[in-house]
Design a protein around this ligand. Structure first.
Ligand code: GLU
Length: 436
């Protein structure tokens, strides 16, 4: 058995992060779990000015919601002593030095920085996604690794923390590719092994620009608020730039763990598609039990609308729970508990006229009156209405005014199911009102 795989997600808590960033967490998590390894959450909070507790809490909440459990958690700021230990070692070995420099702000103030003694060489590393990458480090000069012994900067902190945590696989965003040679140079001087790297291609928005909050990408917690299912988000985001190589698209958490493989991460930038994510959510909604569906839907409905028969109708029309709020807010469901007001001209089907419409409604009343109240269900209603509708110049001649007088809406479910839900009495009353 080879060494245990340990991956990490190392966000900087400097803002709310969108799904593109969480994809990195998801891939790191899936890779670790697939291989029986551990997943570490490291909050990179060494930038004291920009790091905020609020963002850290949001990261923790988002991971929990997505179902990404980590096996270890720490903050980079808790490791200052370790960073210091390595900085001192590097300085005493001649791999780093304290440099006294005048501040660049023109103030003339002298300050000290810790710079890395760059050997100015080609650094080659293997990337699981990009293949072999070689970069020359000469242009980077003796780059700064700490402001002072207590204030390590990014490259040093990342290398020390990855080393100390035994990280075997660094799975992170493409934007870090060019940082890797500097980090490898530091690894070599402190005797740390170079982990396996996998730099994930960018995630683009629909506009083909890098997904960003400035251009409207939402924090994960917004998806929670909008009423998406966490497993659907996990599934949908996993499919941004990855696929399992089969036709299957709907995966549970456990199935994703089972199927995930870094070799199937695509090399080109991936486009995030909100409509596709909605599709994933709808598919996952279909997997809910009747009880779960009812609970979730009723939670968004006023009591007058909490009818079991409405559940399939609503489920069919939404892709996330908040769509119900939108429908309710727009009054689109009001006709289920109160007779609609409408423009009577709209009762008339296409090229028909008032007289024929009236006749059609009278026929509808006649055939529907013949159905027993206990048997007033969509199937019987449909059979009765269709039988007479077939004899008209067009079925719409009958079906349109019936549907419209029941709902008062240009778009609504079919008249059969609406009639069933309203019941015989109410249906006949609305038809009669339409004739008047
Ligand atoms: N803290 C870095 C970031 O948020 C990630 C560092 C890394 O993954 O190595 O971009």
């Amino acid at each position: 058995m080879s060494e245990k795989i340990i991956t990490r997600f190392a966000p900087s808590p400097t803002g709310f992060m969108h799904l593109g960033v969480y994809r990195t967490a998801i891939f790191s998590y899936l890779y670790a779990k697939k291989n029986g390894g551990s997943f570490v959450l490291r909050i990179e909070d060494t930038d004291k000015e920009r790091s905020k507790k609020e963002y850290e809490e949001n990261i923790i909440k988002s991971l929990a919601w997505l179902g990404l459990k980590y096996d270890a958690f720490y903050r980079q700021s808790e490791h200052i002593n370790k960073h210091r230990k390595y900085l001192e070692k590097m300085i005493s070995n001649g791999n780093a030095y304290i440099s006294k420099e005048t501040a660049k702000d023109g103030s003339g103030v002298m300050k000290e920085l810790v710079r890395f003694k760059n050997p100015n060489i080609d650094v080659t590393f293997h990337d699981e996604i990009k293949g072999d990458v070689t970069m020359n480090t000469t242009d980077l000069g003796d780059f700064v690794i700490a402001k002072n012994l207590e204030e390590p900067l990014f490259h040093l902190a990342v290398v020390v923390d990855d080393f100390e945590a035994g990280i075997t696989h660094v799975i992170r965003g493409e934007d870090h590719t060019s940082n890797t040679p500097r980090q490898i140079l530091i690894q070599r001087t402190i005797g740390a092994p170079t982990p396996v790297y996998a730099h994930l291609p960018l995630v683009l928005g629909a506009d083909k620009l890098k997904l960003s909050k400035r251009r409207g990408a939402l924090p994960v917690t917004e998806y929670k608020k909008l009423g998406y299912l966490p497993e659907a988000i996990l599934n949908g985001v996993s499919f941004v730039g990855w696929n399992p190589g089969t036709e299957q698209e709907i995966f549970t958490h456990d199935e994703l763990v089972e199927a995930f493989d870094l070799t199937r991460v695509q090399k080109s930038p991936a486009v995030f598609n909100q409509d596709k994510l909605d599709w994933f959510n709808k598919e996952h909604m279909k997997k809910l039990s009747e009880k779960e569906l009812e609970q979730n839907i009723f939670a968004h409905l006023p009591v007058e609308l909490q009818k079991k028969k409405l559940i399939p109708i609503i489920a069919d029309r939404i892709s996330k729970w908040s769509d119900i709020d939108t429908m309710v807010g727009a009054g689109e469901l009001d006709f289920f508990y109160k007779a609609p007001e409408y423009d009577k001209a709209k009762l008339i089907f296409k090229n028909s006229n008032e007289e024929n419409t009236k006749k059609a409604l009278e026929i509808a009343i006649k055939v529907l009156s013949d159905i027993d109240a206990e048997k007033f269900d969509q199937e019987n209603i449909k059979n009765s209405l269709m039988l007479v509708a077939e004899n008209m110049s067009s079925r719409g001649e009958l079906l349109h005014p019936v549907r419209f007088c029941l709902s008062g809406l240009d778009k609504s479910p079919d008249p059969f199911i609406i009639s069933e839900i309203l019941g015989k009495n109410e249906t006949l009353q609305r038809l009669q009102k339409a004739i008047r």
